[in-house]
Ligand binder design. Structure first.
Ligand SMILES: [Zn+2]
Length: 178
C-alpha cells in the first residue's frame, strides 16, 4: 500500500478548478495528519507493506500506460501510477479541505519486473475492497473536526485581478514572450 505525499499530473485536463479567488500552493499536497492516520489504519489491516511516501503519477486512462510511458514516468520520479488523484487533490485545496489517500498497488507497471496477470489484478481488486474501505472509515473516524495541520494555509488569496486574469500565468521579471 502506498500513501502518496506528492503527485505529478500527467492528464490532458487543463485548468480544472472551481473558479474561486485563490492561489493554490501545492508545496505539500497531501495532509500529513491524514496520511499518518491512514498509515496507522493500513498497518492494522495487515494487507501488506505500507509505504508512507510516494509520488503518484496521474494519467487519463482508462487504458494502461505503454512501456515507454512507464519508463518516462519513472525517470520523472513517479513511484505509482493511477487515474484518481487529479483533479481531486487541487479541488480539495481550493475548498480548503485536507486531502490524503491510500492506494492498494495491484500490479506492476508495464515493463517493470514481470507482466501482470489479469486474474491476479481482478482478485486483489475485488477481494481487498472491503479492507480498503475499512481503512478509510477507520481513518475518517479518528479525524478531529478541527486540526492544526496547516493545509488550509496553503490556500491564499489570488494575486490576479479582473484586469490581468486570463492573461496566462504570472511571472517574476520580464516575460520573454512580450
Ligand atoms: Zn490537513
Amino acid at each position: 500500500m502506498v500513501i502518496p505525499d506528492d503527485y505529478m499530473d500527467q492528464s490532458m485536463r487543463k485548468d480544472v478548478g472551481l473558479g474561486g479567488p485563490y492561489l493554490l500552493i501545492m508545496r505539500r499536497p497531501t495532509c500529513p495528519s491524514g496520511r499518518r492516520r491512514l498509515a496507522e489504519a493500513a498497518r492494522r489491516a495487515e494487507l501488506g507493506r505500507v509505504f508512507e511516501r510516494g509520488v503518484y503519477a496521474n494519467t487519463d486512462g482508462r487504458h494502461f500506460e505503454s512501456v515507454a510511458e512507464v519508463r518516462a514516468l519513472r525517470m520523472m520520479g513517479a513511484d505509482v501510477i493511477g487515474q484518481s488523484m487529479c483533479p481531486e487533490v487541487y479541488l480539495a485545496r481550493e475548498i480548503g479541505a485536507c486531502y490524503a489517500r491510500v492506494d492498494l498497488v495491484v500490479n506492476y507497471a508495464e515493463g517493470v519486473v514481470r507482466d501482470w496477470r489479469h486474474e491476479e489484478l481482478r482478485e486483489l481488486f475485488f477481494r481487498e475492497s472491503r479492507a480498503v474501505g475499512q481503512i478509510l472509515l477507520d481513518a475518517l473516524r479518528e479525524t478531529p473536526a478541527e486540526e492544526e495541520c496547516g493545509c488550509r494555509d496553503l490556500r491564499k488569496d489570488t494575486l490576479l485581478t479582473k484586469d490581468n486574469a486570463g492573461k496566462g500565468e504570472m511571472r517574476v521579471g520580464p516575460d520573454p514572450a512580450v
